[in-house]
Design a protein around this ligand. Structure first.
Ligand code: GLN
Length: 504
């Protein structure tokens, strides 16, 4: 039999329907692949028994011609999603061995639709990071290697300077999808955490419009920016995943009560006559020539498919990153106040309650999370609130207005690079200057600040043989246009599977 883990999600769905293989066979193949790939450190918890029980139930349904849209399809779940009865840590020591007594709405919808859970995926601690190096479980390894690199799996996992980061914060999700350790994965995106890792691993990721997916049961980072979305092997796979993940939830008052379209219908739809905006402010001084060329290639592909290319201006772009790094830490400092040693996970005893709080938080949070809490507390403190937080919120309104004006002028979507570079080495960035790491998000944070949908799709390889992605930004609640345009790029660029399974 062919290797079932090489299939895309939608191919596997057809195979199950045609009874070419069973959900149990498909799941067993993935469990075996995960066991061989432990050196990638993509999973922080494997749940094979759980997966096989779900797969058996799916097989029973499929045998009767029943089942949901994702029946029998094995997925990985980012460890930010609460999973009932299954350890959920946000990859932080402070959550310790927290086992939620509830299921996040998004993952619950996947199980409702028949999907199978293979385990929980690594991420940056509380989703704060761009490289997955801040995880309490250690760095995730990107299955891609630089051309000519023969670095092996490494006895103790990641080899600093030799292995590449998969991006972050959804690095486990991206690495697992790229290495065929699941058919697709859930992820979250506060400033780029779906799109940047997708770009670094040759996979597809979409951050839907703010409010499209429920945030209920997802460990909160910055509540006004956080959104769940899928990472998959293809545009179509992401469309199928989002159809199950999206939808109104009365338990999240920011989730929007509009019908969820059949996203797959948008895949392959003509883009003729669509107006694509190319924002001149994204042509950064000193932009990597290969990224520049990739962007031009994307423009040419969309033009060839009948889209009209229009240069546009989004004048407040340059303020997005600094404003994001005020708003996100501010909300994080408030959200993380709940980890006090009383209700969840870790508790370090102290002489009194204040000392217990201090010791628990000092012990439980990693350095990047502490940095965010300090920045956030500072920008929210009396005397600085107006100067920083309030100003950042005003800038945010201006960023959103830039997009509103472009869309009001008839632009259907905006095309930009997804990241300023390809994947970098583990330990290579940010250790002496955290801002170096923050600059990774230069093309993605605007989308969260404006609440818009953004899709990252692989578009080429750089000189080192590493994948690069393009980003498509849409109108609010118009993910469909992104899927149509994304498919044009996927058709033109081809897919980017990892050639060699060097890790095991
Ligand atoms: N890299 C960004 C940060 O560290 C975004 C992370 C995310 O989207 N969760 O805040």
């Amino acid at each position: 039999m062919t290797d079932l883990t090489r299939l895309t999600l939608t191919e596997a769905r057809e195979g199950l329907k045609a009874k070419t293989f069973s959900a149990t066979e498909l799941t067993t193949a993935h469990i075996a692949a995960i066991e061989k790939a432990r050196a990638l450190n993509a999973y922080v918890l494997e749940t094979p028994e759980h997966a096989l029980t779900q797969a058996a139930a799916s097989d029973a349904k499929l045998a009767k011609g029943q089942g949901g849209p994702l029946e029998g399809l094995p997925l990985g779940i980012k460890d930010l999603f609460a999973t009932k009865g299954v350890r959920t840590t946000a990859c932080s020591n402070i959550l310790g061995n927290f086992v939620p007594p509830y299921e996040s709405t998004v993952s619950g919808q996947l199980w409702r639709d028949g999907a199978v859970m293979l385990g929980k995926l690594n991420n940056d601690e509380f989703a704060m990071g761009s490289s997955n190096e801040t995880s309490a479980f250690g760095a995730v390894v990107n299955p891609w290697r630089r051309k000519g690199s023969n670095v092996g799996a490494g006895a103790t996992g990641a080899v600093e300077g030799a292995h590449l980061v998969p991006g972050g914060s959804s690095g486990g999700s991206a690495s697992a999808v790229a290495a065929d350790l699941c058919l697709a994965a859930t992820a979250t995106d506060t400033g780029g955490s779906i799109r940047q890792p997708a770009a670094f691993t040759g996979t597809v990721g979409i951050k839907p419009t703010y409010g499209r997916c429920s945030r209920w049961g997802i460990v909160a980072f910055a509540s006004s920016l956080d959104q769940a979305g899928p990472i998959g092997k293809t545009v179509r796979d992401c469309a199928a995943m989002l159809g199950s993940m999206a939808g109104h939830d009365p338990k999240d008052t920011t989730s929007v009560d509009t019908a969820v379209p059949d996203y797959e219908k948008a895949v392959g739809r003509s883009v003729k006559g669509m107006k694509i905006g190319i924002p001149r402010e994204y042509r950064l001084d000193g932009l990597n020539a290969e990224i520049e060329a990739l962007w031009q290639q994307g423009i040419d592909w969309l033009k060839a498919a009948g889209a009209e290319i229009v240069e546009i201006s989004l004048p407040h772009t340059k303020y997005a990153l600094p404003a994001y790094y005020i708003v996100a830490p501010a909300e994080a400092s408030s959200n993380l106040a709940r980890y006090d040693g009383v209700r969840y996970g870790l508790r370090e005893p102290g002489r009194d309650i204040a000392e217990m709080y201090e010791k628990t938080r000092a012990e439980g949070f990693g350095a990047e999370v502490k940095r965010r809490i300090m920045i956030g507390t500072y920008v929210l403190s009396a005397g600085y609130y107006d100067a920083y937080y309030l100003k950042a919120q005003k800038v945010r309104t201006l960023i959103k207005r830039d997009f509103d004006e472009a869309y009001a002028a008839g632009i259907d979507a905006v095309l930009t690079p997804a990241t300023p570079s390809a994947a970098f080495g583990i330990g290579e960035k940010g250790s002496s200057d955290p801002v170096e790491m923050y600059l990774n998000d230069i093309f993605t944070v605007t989308v969260n600040m404006a609440g818009l949908p953004g899709l990252a799709v692989p578009a080429g390889l750089d000189r080192q043989g590493l994948p690069l992605g393009l980003q498509l930004i849409g109108r609010p609640f118009d993910e469909e246009t992104l899927f149509s345009l994304g498919q044009v790029i996927e058709d033109a660029a081809g897919r980017f599977p990892v050639a060699e399974r060097w890790w095991g």
